[in-house]
Ligand binder design. Structure first.
Ligand SMILES: Nc1ncnc2c1ncn2[C@@H]1O[C@H](COP(=O)(O)OP(=O)(O)OP(=O)(O)O)[C@@H](O)[C@H]1O
Ligand SMILES: [Mg+2]
Length: 467
């Protein structure tokens, strides 16, 4: 026994964690005490109220990343980095996930525990994290970055999408996600799946635009042996693979008309046939579709069936372009920098001038462009702080006047509402910076060459391009 009356090896428990638990519980908060390696040393009893009976005990020993998201507490997690640097963070949004229970959106504050000499606290505790359910307060969104199933945001428009995804938890409704290239449509589709009752079954993505027409049908519905030359054995389609789970139809606008009819039938009657087979099969896959094309226009043009359009958009989700949610740029940049830096074992900071340049950029390639820009900066930055001069030229070199308000370009690129022309100006800046090489400009924007070419044509920039 030592002077505190403890047996050797017994953990000093002078900081009455259980009593602290009661205090936090009374305040409607849950407390997690973490050790140096970000594993839970203590979880307050309030977790039992927040999630379910017995959960507090089950959390002990678990890495915080598993419970609150690797993006925040994993090896390169944003909050982990801050805590390791001795910093405190308040009011961040996160998703609390405990196996077997539905994920909950929570607001968290965390800080390193200062062990001053004389305090009698469990010496294993290095960090404190306090959680509260998000619905209790409107504070999420009031300037606090929120990480929701690997999506980072703080704009009201994105937080509304997070809330919608939470509300859809019990639903199997078909969802249509629309938005420009690189806005995070696929991540949102995955988040919907993870937050649904289907989370333990498969999420099966199919890019309808990337598979040749003649293969797409068998890819989706499967085929039987001998159905066509080369069909040497029976093959399961993606609908089958996604049984009990979610089928993600990306670029659904590229689906050829004859397959649109078949998809409509699955949505209406839940049945389909394999290629070369006459008997019908049932499908219970939940459908989420996404597109960056204007499907209303496609309906008007006769390239997309209107009845299918309405069947798909039972729950429509429109993801705004990054330039319309500028408050997301900074937290996204920091989050992505940690993710990208982590891949190279580097930890970099963003200088204020870099953040300013990013806030001023038009981001025609949205979050993917931001990710690429950070990857570029990481490659050229010698020190540990990224400055504006380390950003790709189209971001760092944009004149402030244009950043604030892109000029209305003359000619066909001047759109009806001014937005088009602003986009055209931004796109022209990227093309200028890349010597009008479409391959390079597309890479800088993180979009495909065909998407770039389509936008250039739509904005009247195509004629100026030689390549
Ligand atoms: N809110 C976000 N938080 C973190 N990362 C994001 C976010 N939004 C997008 N990303 C990242 O940006 C990239 C593009 O996202 P995603 O592939 O989901 O976009 P998309 O809308 O499907 O684009 P496309 O139409 O070109 O297919 C991905 O690397 C994704 O991880
Ligand atoms: Mg996508």
């Amino acid at each position: 026994m030592d002077e505190g009356g403890r047996a050797p090896g017994e953990v000093p428990q002078d900081l009455p964690l259980d009593e602290l638990s009661v205090v936090f519980g009374s305040l409607g908060r849950a407390l997690l005490c973490l050790d140096e390696s970000f594993c839970v040393v203590h979880a307050s009893k309030s977790f039992d109220l927040l999630v379910a009976e017995g959960v507090a005990e089950r959390l002990v020993g678990r890495p915080a990343g598993q419970i609150l998201g690797e993006g925040l507490f994993g090896r390169d997690g944003t909050l982990r980095r801050a805590l390791e640097a001795g910093e405190r963070r308040e009011g961040w949004g996160a998703t609390l996930e405990v196996e077997g229970h539905k994920p909950r959106l929570v607001s968290i504050s965390c800080a390193p525990l200062l062990h001053t000499s004389g305090t009698r606290c469990d010496p294993r505790v290095a960090y404190l994290t306090v959680l509260r359910p998000s619905e209790e307060s409107q504070s999420i969104g009031a300037g606090a970055p929120t990480l929701f199933a690997s999506l980072m945001a703080r704009s009201p428009s994105m937080l509304k999408i997070f809330q919608l995804i939470e509300n859809l938890e019990e639903s199997d409704a078909t969802v249509l996600i629309t938005g420009e290239s690189g806005t995070g449509k696929e991540l949102i589709a995955r988040a919907i799946h993870v937050h649904s009752r289907r989370r333990s079954a498969k999420f099966v993505p199919v890019n309808c635009g990337a598979i040749p027409d003649q293969l797409l049908e068998s890819e989706l519905f499967g085929h039987v042996r001998g159905a066509f030359t080369g069909a040497v054995r029976d093959r399961e389609g993606r609908f089958q693979l996604a049984a009990g789970g979610t089928l993600f139809l990306d670029e659904v606008g590229d689906l050829p008309l004859h397959l649109q009819v078949k998809l409509l039938r699955v949505l209406q009657e839940r049945t389909y046939e394999r290629v070369g087979e006459s008997s019908s099969r049932r499908s219970d896959a939940r459908i989420i579709a996404a597109t960056n094309a204007d499907l209303r226009q496609a309906c008007a043009d006769g390239t997309f069936r209107e009845d299918l359009f309405y069947r798909l958009r039972v729950v429509p989700i429109e993801v705004p372009p990054l330039r319309q949610r500028r408050e997301d740029i900074e937290p996204l940049a920091r989050h992505l920098l940690e993710r990208v830096g982590g891949r190279y074992g580097r930890s970099l900071r963003l200088a204020p001038d870099a953040v300013r340049a990013m806030l001023g950029h038009w981001w025609p390639g949205n979050v993917r462009e931001l990710e690429n820009a950070l990857e570029f900066s990481l490659a050229v930055c010698r020190g540990d702080t990224i400055h504006a001069s380390d950003l790709p030229p189209e971001i760092s070199a944009e004149p402030r006047s244009r950043q604030a308000e892109p000029p209305a370009a003359p000619g066909p690129s001047a759109g009806v509402d001014g937005e088009e022309s602003a986009e055209a100006a931004a796109l022209r800046a990227v093309l200028d910076a890349n010597g009008w090489r479409r391959q390079d400009a597309a890479a800088a924007l993180g979009i495909s060459r065909t998407t770039l070419w389509r936008r250039m044509r739509e904005l009247g920039l195509a004629r100026q391009s030689a390549r």
